[in-house]
Design a binder for this molecule. Structure first.
Ligand SMILES: C[S@@+](CC[C@H](N)C(=O)[O-])C[C@H]1O[C@@H](n2cnc3c(N)ncnc32)[C@H](O)[C@@H]1O
Length: 238
């Protein structure tokens, strides 16, 4: 059996975008196949699937929608108290593009915000199916797509959301955040990016911000920042 098939043999890995798994399998080097399967799965957990419980992956096709489902996703759960603040920063915008979207559309809806137009991208196809079923059921002008955001063509949009996504992207490909920000800053007036303030070592926080801020300066992008809950938000204007 091919290594990609082995990686994707079981849940939650079988729900990840196949092209993305192939890319990781190409980047992660190991002569021992079992070892490679383990390393790729560990990376997938780190940058994607660990945000959700196995219960979600078992039930997402039929799971009923309610505010409680927001608790299933680590990021929306941790952000529960600050969505109204975040929405106040974006609700007057027209079109929103959300990179590594997770459950944000559901969080907006249950916090009484219906974007005029919403487009999201994520590599987790269980999330994609779940959010598209939600958008359809609630008749929203919204769509999400299974795509690796480091490989897409960026459209014009009033706002770009990049919430807790750059760590995952940089974990796979160094400097990809700079390439993406360089491109999207030409397609929008406002980018909202965020990072988790929680780091296991307790030392990660400062390093991340320095790295990101230096990059924004190199791109000539002006920003303001604000800490809310466990997250630091950057408002980048171009
Ligand atoms: C920490 S979660 C944040 C989710 C959401 N942005 C939020 O803050 O609530 C990171 C998300 O990015 C997605 N992701 C990771 N790498 C990606 C990539 N290259 N392209 C698209 N999505 C990606 C993961 O599947 C996961 O849903």
């Amino acid at each position: 059996m091919e290594v990609v098939e082995k990686i994707m043999e079981k849940s939650p890995y079988k729900h990840v975008n196949r092209k993305f798994v192939e890319k990781l399998a190409g980047l992660i080097k190991s002569d021992i196949e079992e070892e490679k399967v383990k390393l790729v799965r560990a990376k997938l957990r780190k940058i994607s699937t660990s945000a959700l419980s196995m219960k979600f992956y078992k039930k997402f096709k039929t799971l009923e929608f309610s505010k409680e489902v927001l608790d299933m996703h680590r990021s929306t759960r941790e952000r529960a108290d600050i969505y109204s603040w975040l929405i106040s920063k974006i609700e007057k915008s027209g079109k929103i593009i959300d990179l590594g979207c997770g459950f944000n559309l559901l969080a907006f809806y249950y916090n009484e915000f219906l974007p005029a137009e919403y487009k999201g991208y994520d590599i987790d196809e269980a999330v994609i199916q779940f959010v598209n079923r939600f958008a359809h059921e609630k008749k929203l002008n919204a769509e999400v797509e299974s795509r690796d955001v480091s490989e897409i063509e960026f459209e014009q949009s009033d706002v770009y959301l990049c919430l807790k996504i750059f760590d995952a992207l940089e974990d796979v490909e160094k400097n990809v955040a700079k390439t993406i920000l360089g491109k999207i800053s030409k397609k929008t007036k406002l980018i909202i990016a965020s990072f988790s303030n929680i780091s296991l070592s307790g030392r990660g926080q400062l390093r991340e911000r320095t790295w990101f801020e230096k990059m924004l300066q190199e791109l000539g992008l002006k920003f303001t920042k604000e800490s809310q809950g466990n997250e630091i938000f950057y408002f980048i204007e171009s």
